[in-house]
Design a protein around this ligand. Structure first.
Ligand code: ADP
Length: 227
């Protein structure tokens, strides 16, 4: 695990260092090239932060040290927190990101930062596994006695035989030309967080057309002492 962690951290660190060295060593940097390099540095920096977050969360989960602070919250709080976190990155040409939230959603029992992290992981994957013309939709709806947060993308999708395994730790689907885009912890973390909320996660995917990941969380049972 440690050697995999250091390898995964070293890759973005090396490319950031090389690009910074090249810009710093050029007495007359070309503005267009500088802009391109800065774009790559921003992307790699983001990837590094997510890797570190995933490793820390994973290590807490493995040691049974993940602590949740549950409150009765409006589902919109989770949606808004996740959207705030990805909005900048998703506001790029070639990414059509939409958010649809039903009116009058019932409250749920949730640890807002953790459940938002789960949703962010799904949104990040939708972005990562979609091509140049991305269409990503986040819906928050009520389904019977559950609230459903669903992320739909028009990305590469995957074959049905992976469906049972993609939530296992370190499980990745190798695709030609994909390079090293992750370590296979994202969905494992999502499932652990969702199960801690007494919820469940569903996935449907069609290769070449896209995927839909849906987090279902039970609605909060009213406290009999409340008016
Ligand atoms: P990682 O992205 O680091 O590989 P994840 O646990 O987040 O790890 O995902 C596991 C695998 O599931 C990925 O390797 C990827 O192939 C597949 N996957 C996850 N989300 C999507 C998606 N939205 N579209 C297509 N494939 C996906």
């Amino acid at each position: 695990f440690l050697s995999m962690v250091s390898h995964e951290l070293r890759t973005p660190l090396t490319s950031i260092r090389m690009l910074v060295d090249s810009l710093a060593g050029d007495p007359n940097p070309d503005p267009e090239r500088t802009r391109q390099y800065l774009g790559v540095i921003t992307r790699e920096n983001h990837r590094l932060s997510r890797l570190v977050d995933d490793f820390l969360t994973f290590s807490r989960l493995e040691r049974g040290r993940m602590s949740y602070d549950f409150h009765t919250v409006a589902p919109e709080e989770i949606t808004e927190s996740a959207v705030d976190s990805v909005r900048n990155r998703f506001s790029t040409p070639g990414c059509d990101f939409r958010v649809e939230t039903s009116q009058d959603l019932p409250p749920i029992e949730a640890d807002v930062p953790s459940l938002s992290t789960a949703l962010i992981n799904l949104l990040e994957n939708a972005f990562k596994y979609s091509g140049n013309e991305k269409r990503i939709l986040l819906t928050t709806t009520r389904l019977h006695d559950e609230v459903c947060f669903a992320v739909v993308d028009n990305g590469c999708g995957f074959e049905a035989n992976h469906k049972g395994r993609i939530f296992e730790k370190f499980y990745r689907i190798q695709r030609p030309g994909q390079g090293s885009a992750g370590v296979g912890l994202g969905l494992h973390i999502v499932r652990s967080i969702v199960e801690a909320h007494r919820g469940h996660i569903e996935v449907e995917s069609t290769p070449g057309h896209g995927s839909r990941f849906a987090i279902h969380i039970p609605i909060a049972t009213p406290n009999p002492r409340d008016p």
